[in-house]
Design a protein around this ligand. Sequence first.
Ligand code: MGD
Ligand code: MGD
Ligand code: SF4
Ligand code: MO
Length: 732
Amino acid sequence: MNAISRRKFLKLTGYTIGAAAAASSLTPVIKGAKKINKEKVKGIQTIPTYCDICFWKCSAIAYLKDGELWKIEGHPNDPLSKGRLCPRGTGGIGAHFDPDRLRSPLIRTRERGEEKWKEVTWDEALSYIAKKMNKIKEQYGAESVASFSHGIGGNFLKHTLKAYGAINFGAPSFAQCRGPRDVGFELTVGDSIGSPERTDIENSKCLVLIGSHLGENMHNSQAQEFAKAIENDATIIVVDPRFSTAASKAKYYLPIKPGTDIALLLAWMNVIVSEKLYNIDYVTKYGFGFEQFAAEISSYTPEWAYPETGIDPDLIRKTARTMAMYKPATLVHPGRHTTWYGDDTQRSRAIALLNALLGSWGSKGGLFFPVSYSLPPYPYPAYPTSTKEKLDNPGKKYPFASEEITTGIREATITGKPYPIKSWIVYSTNLIFALPNIDETIKAIQNLDLLVVVDTIGSEIAGWADVVLPESVYLERHDDFNMSPFKQPFFSIRQPVVDPPGDQKPNWWIAKKLAEKLGLGNYFPWNDVEEYLDYRLKAGGLSLAKLKKEGVFVGEKKPIYIEEGVVPEFGTPSGKIEFYSPQLLQAGFDPVPKFTKVEEPPTGYFRLLYGRIPVHSFSRTQTNRILMDMYGENEVWVNQDIADKWGIKNDQYIKLKNQDGVISNKVKLKTTERIRPDCVYMIHGFGHTSKMLKGAYGKGASDSELITRYKTDPLMGGTGMNVNFVTFETEV
Ligand SMILES: Nc1nc2c(c(=O)[nH]1)N[C@H]1C(S)=C(S)[C@@H](COP(=O)(O)OP(=O)(O)OC[C@H]3O[C@@H](n4cnc5c(=O)[nH]c(N)nc54)[C@H](O)[C@@H]3O)O[C@H]1N2
Ligand SMILES: Nc1nc2c(c(=O)[nH]1)N[C@H]1C(S)=C(S)[C@@H](COP(=O)(O)OP(=O)(O)OC[C@H]3O[C@@H](n4cnc5c(=O)[nH]c(N)nc54)[C@H](O)[C@@H]3O)O[C@H]1N2
Ligand code: SF4
Ligand SMILES: [Mo]
């Protein structure tokens, strides 16, 4: 990045962590942590690895000073980080020094959820788990052990569980996050958006952000590219009920009424089609069912959309024409966390269609075709086969689900149907915070014979476990290669930088030892993970020693746009972009997206919205003292006029009460003109209730607790979570 964009990037994030600041805020915490790197090398050492504070997997270079972890920076060769980490990544070293880390395996001694434990050895913990798992297999079958995980670290444990015979695996990244978006695009262009997203933000001349709060949502490459687009004077259009950081960079800001984005999208497409502003050649060449689509949307004029969305028809026209003016370098960002209202797949489909009308799918400045390396897999023995079916989506109730549905596994655990689930093995996902309706999660847990949680800290889900296994943090372990498809083929290594401070173990070790205890040692023919990594690299003609030293291998540039010669393939039934979808019609759904009204908050209530802050990831960073120094509790955004009416003041503490009578922890008020009067907004991940999290316990309020209702997307089972209403309790 050049100097200007670096400054812009920093300005955009609003948070900078200097190495000095990081180190100074660490000093009090370092005490007590076991010293690292037995033979402390004098001076500076650098070790490349990749970050795990979120799932973007930026490559980084960790610095040791006199054998102690000192700081971490972006890897200059890495296409994802381009030499710069986001504020969370920079503060990531706080994860190593976190005084609230789990230090040894724990077995529950009292009722579930009481958080009373005895410390045990790894051998005791793994023997206990294996014994219970074998009993469950005997009594109910191996399919009755289900697993939840999030991120690459879950791969080895998944391997053990598949070898054991498990078939039910879920991650919140589908039904609570990007699922509707990926399915919406699959239905339309026959391909998903993926992660990292295939968005060519830096080259876009017109960038449309619907909710996607880039700059607060801090996925590194996207935030950097966004800074670049701003620098290039791209026209930015932001649609958000809240004046986000991105909105402050926008030429057009559309303060939409929450839940009405489909109406806006239909009106935009109506303008673009009726004024013949779409990319006619592209649509003729690649489109299917355009005539039916055009007829269907002909009544959705900006005047029709106005009373629904609250957006002035002239502004709808002007922004539609602007998008068309810059086509095909107009990018309507598909978003990521898209589980909002239960109609989310259709909204995402409308976004896919708008991109298609502009010819952005496959074009520079639009949505590119990602490229990647691939290494041959390790030749493991075949997994056992099962006669049972996965139970997350029985009878294909959600016909277009393309990944497992977490809440489907939870439901089956509650009902015992189509067959009982008796164990959850949970890796790196705080299900209490990630799934809507905590009571249902706890109800499901109460039906289990065994809940195992692998975590680094005593998260809420760990608090409910029978056995807690402490994992070493990313700076202390190997994981599998990162080979994410992106703009250039590349892959990177995660490797230990320092030793863990206690008896924490890496996931590969846990997976291998558990397999051995289960009598499945033959599924781990390697002794050490380096042997595994080396095997795969050699099979690809590459060297582990070199990768360990360099951190990242970057391949030759390849074509990623249609204009560079990529011939697009559409994996839809027609082999084209389906403006009109016969498969949706056949399954009983609208073949062209339609708008339906969402339920309004009752008088005195406000819609609860939530999002991200640059310095935290979900519910996983609130014990990281470096990051907590920068943002230590969340606040709730309330419109100034509403606050005045209620007689409540900025910085005052209030409580939120939802439609089902659930009352939150006390939370600071942020009164602002920057949000509509019909909703409130807070940062997800705060209001921790696990007493093991000393640095986070009781700080701020939890959106998860207030999300007792959710609306399930009938196409793919995603859980729309923007459907809860809260009112204020002013006595705290
Ligand atoms: N710093 C940081 N960055 C992160 C993460 C993190 O934890 N921390 N998590 C990462 C992950 S996994 C994800 S999925 C993404 C999530 O980030 P995004 O995909 O950007 O998530 P959204 O739900 O779109 O973002 C919330 C925004 O949508 C607005 N919004 C709410 N309701 C509506 C509505 O009805 N219509 C419109 N138009 N806007 C609405 C909110 O006001 C808010 O500005 O962030 C990623 N980046
Ligand atoms: N209410 C509400 N629910 C949401 C969201 C929201 O904004 N609000 N966002 C949704 C989205 S977009 C997503 S992607 C999901 C995210 O859902 P999750 O991935 O479950 O996110 P976290 O709550 O951060 O849980 C991560 C857990 O992993 C642990 N952990 C961190 N590092 C490691 C490690 O190295 N090893 C191990 N073993 N464990 C580790 C953390 O301590 C934490 O307990 O949540 C979804 N659910
Ligand atoms: S986006 Fe930030 S937190 Fe996520 S991997 Fe990259 S540097 Fe780490
Ligand atoms: Mo997400």
